[in-house]
Design a protein around this ligand. Structure first.
Ligand SMILES: Cc1cc2nc3c(=O)[nH]c(=O)nc-3n(C[C@H](O)[C@H](O)[C@H](O)COP(=O)(O)O)c2cc1C
Length: 166
């Protein structure tokens, strides 16, 4: 797949995967081939001209698959157009958005060699029925109401604007 765009994602309960798929579908309207894959399955960036990387935050940490992807592919990512997105506030409250944006900025500062062409925070989904271990053991979390503030129009718009840069 020479000259393709990689849309790579990390996920625990699937909401980031669905966003990656929506970004992939939007980018496919452009001239390039697009592969949407879990970051942990991408062994090499050969054949890709550019990348969009997405991963959620959990307990103030970026998903470990995103962290290890950045270190595994440092040499290549430093020299290809790459965009980043992170999830995710799940209440539409300004403070929550600002905190997560600051969290992503802080995370990206750990990789001074990495200069993404764009980075964005998207709202996420909280579903108490999908809590994985160890969070499924925390009664307070299981009682929290479900929410999903993913804004599909904003996600598609972001991808459309990125398309010519990738
Ligand atoms: C236990 C737990 C901790 C979380 N911690 C954070 C966090 O620190 N920062 C944040 O922005 N979102 C946090 N979230 C929200 C997730 O990032 C959000 O639910 C996202 O949509 C999950 O993505 P996934 O479905 O792809 O796994 C947390 C969610 C859960 C369930």
């Amino acid at each position: 797949m020479p000259d393709a765009i990689l849309v790579g994602y990390a996920t625990r309960s699937g909401s980031t995967k669905e966003i990656a798929e929506a970004i992939g579908a939007t980018l496919r309207a452009g001239p390039r081939e697009v592969a949407v894959k879990p970051l942990k399955e991408v062994k090499s960036l050969e054949g890709y001209r550019s990348a969009v990387l997405g991963a959620p935050f959990f307990m103030f940490r970026w998903h470990k698959d995103a962290v290890s992807f950045l270190s595994r592919h440092k040499g290549t990512l430093a020299n290809m157009p790459a965009a980043v997105f992170a999830l995710g506030p799940f209440h539409d409250v300004e403070k929550e958005w600002n905190d997560v944006r600051a969290q992503l900025d802080k995370e990206l500062q750990k990789y001074p060699w990495f200069d993404p062409i764009a980075h964005e925070v998207f709202g996420g989904r909280f579903d108490p029925s999908r809590l994985g271990f160890p969070w499924s053991l925390i009664p307070a979390l299981k009682k929290m109401p479900a929410s999903d503030i993913r804004d599909w129009d904003a996600i598609r718009k972001w991808a459309q604007e990125l398309s010519p840069l990738l």
